[in-house]
Write a protein that binds this ligand. Sequence first.
Ligand code: CDP
Ligand code: CDP
Length: 235
Amino acid sequence: MTVRVIAIDGPAASGKSSTAGQVAERLGWAHLDSGALYRALTLAALDNLGEGGRRKGEEWPAQQVVDLAGRLPVRLVLAGNSFRPEVAGADVEQAIRGERVTRFVSVVAAMPEVRTWVNTQQRRAVGGMEVGGGVVVDGRDIGTIVFPEAPLKVFLTATPHERARRRLFQRGQAVDVELVRRESQALEARDAADSNRRVAPLKPAQDAVLLDTTALTLEEQVTRVVELARARFPG
Ligand code: CDP
Ligand code: CDP
């Protein structure tokens, strides 16, 4: 018997992590945020491989990033019911959310060797869990590449304007017209980078349930996914 997996994918700030975390809590399952691992790797690279690698066309060699990740190490550690990112033994859950990491993470995530490394960590983390419950994993390629056998795959969307509004509110920033416009441009640029890359582009799996959350509250979308989970995993 293998661990049961729910895959939640979608563009930036569509509500993946909040939804995955709350669905996991309601089901008594674990939560794994795969974006946190890409962010932790990006933080480690920025801190250890020099700022030069940030310039377009001068990115660090992917193998250097992967070697660094193994050496430090960059890891996912199960604490309670959620996997937390660690760099060299320190919890980096807060540090990885800053602007510096956000601006560069899509470049690191486009490196095929990095993706292979991250996928191995995710599968190992899930494979090492005690069988009984299950795990809700969120990201961009969970349903298409990492866990294509997951019995339930959900693809969340919302308009760029609504996602920008949510992200500003989440950060405690003013939600004025100009800030929403700028944030929505930044989100769309990252979505474009994630959707147009050669390896594992952001897209719904063929058998994913599409959920437009633009007009939903977080509570409503969590309930919707829990209902789908109860139907797909009876008992
Ligand atoms: O929270 P937000 O949606 O802004 O981003 P995230 O889930 O923390 O992911 C950060 C970045 O990691 C994304 O923009 C992607 O470039 C990359 N990522 C990915 O390529 N594949 C995943 N499964 C998860 C994240
Ligand atoms: O993981 P991802 O980047 O897709 O999004 P998130 O970090 O889970 O959600 C971004 C913010 O939107 C959080 O503060 C959520 O509480 C909020 N949200 C919302 O306000 N309404 C929804 N229907 C869904 C999420």
